[in-house]
Write a protein that binds this ligand. Structure first.
Ligand SMILES: [Zn+2]
Length: 322
């Protein structure tokens, strides 16, 4: 058996040397592109006090700015109104613009279009503009992007289309997503471990998160190729949490290893994939690759399974989750 292995190695080595063109092609990294978006600002968790939000925001934005990564952050202004902390929370939002990033609307209270009804949801969109629009105006910018809470785009096509027309009429572009590794589920457990000072648990969760992300990205790349024949400019969904603040650098490295460059959301939306037929409706929000698949009558299959142990821990903490 040992000899057999050894000869295989020799044969393979010969193959590689014998065909330089082929080996060069195999080494060539694919040219992939991704836009990063970060939701639920100023902080996904309602348990973080304002000083922790300031610290988290500074850490996250410093890494992103140093590495020249364009990002759009999506705000839930309801999260600003905590007694005694309003100014500091607004300042955490302002930091996004001071650091050179952009902010968009994610509704005032993170209302689901699938639950609250169209009229109440539209009111929540409008209420979500007040402070963010003022902050954008300070930087000579205007609100231009909207992200649906829970990715819930409507339970029926009429509601979906009416909501879209409402958003367009108010000057928004809808920000779809194609990559999502459920960092919110990891983050709840991670932030609890951090609060308890359990460094080993934090490390383990970060490792699991990065490896699950890698699997999710690989799956999305394959799914896209099968559905539309190429990998579109992807759009990643993250959330404002301590897991990202502590580990975003490793996530960026993971993207680079897969051959990605970082682009603006505006650039990504220029990809014709985002104009593909999309008649998805459902109780559960999901990413746009699933939208396109279901529109084509295909049931998405083979997605990586989210680690059950993390789900169990997240459920155990659920009463304290936002
Ligand atoms: Zn959200």
């Amino acid at each position: 058996m040992k000899t057999f292995h050894a000869s295989l190695v020799v044969i393979c080595a010969l193959c590689a040397f014998g065909n330089p063109a082929k080996s060069k092609a195999a080494d060539k990294k694919p040219d992939r592109q991704v836009a990063i978006t970060i939701d639920d600002l100023p902080a996904a968790s309602n348990l973080l006090p304002a000083p922790a939000i300031t610290e988290m925001t500074t850490k996250l934005l410093t890494t992103l700015r140093d590495q020249k990564i364009p990002v759009v952050g999506f705000v839930n202004e309801k999260k600003l109104y905590k007694s005694g902390e309003v100014d500091e929370r607004i300042n955490a939002l302002r930091m996004w613009l001071d650091f050179g990033f952009e902010l968009g609307n994610h509704t005032f209270s993170h209302a689901s279009l699938n639950r609250v009804g169209l009229k109440a949801w539209e009111d929540d969109v409008i209420q979500g503009e007040s402070v963010t629009s003022l902050l954008l105006a300070e930087h000579k910018m205007k609100m231009r992007y909207f992200r649906h809470p829970y990715l819930d785009t409507g339970r029926d096509l009429q509601t979906r289309r009416e909501a879209e027309a409402f958003l367009v009429a108010r000057g928004y572009r809808i920000a779809p997503i194609t990559l999502d590794a459920w960092d919110w589920a990891y983050a709840g457990v991670y932030e609890d471990a951090k609060k308890r000072g359990d460094a080993a648990a934090q490390e383990e969760l970060a490792k699991s998160y990065l490896s699950y992300s890698d699997a999710v990205f690989a799956y999305a790349e394959q799914q896209a190729k099968q559905l539309i024949g190429y990998e579109p400019k992807q759009i990643l969904l993250l959330h404002g949490n301590q897991l990202e603040a502590d580990h975003i650098g490793e996530l960026l490295d993971l993207f680079r290893k897969r051959g990605y460059r970082f682009i603006t959301l505006e650039d990504a939306l220029g990809d014709s994939a985002y104009s593909l037929p999309d008649t998805y409706v459902g109780e559960e929000g999901t990413g746009w690759l699933d939208h396109w698949a279901i529109t084509q009558g295909k049931i998405p299959q083979g997605a990586p399974v989210f680690p059950q142990a993390v789900i169990e821990k997240w459920k155990a903490l659920a009463p304290t989750q936002p």
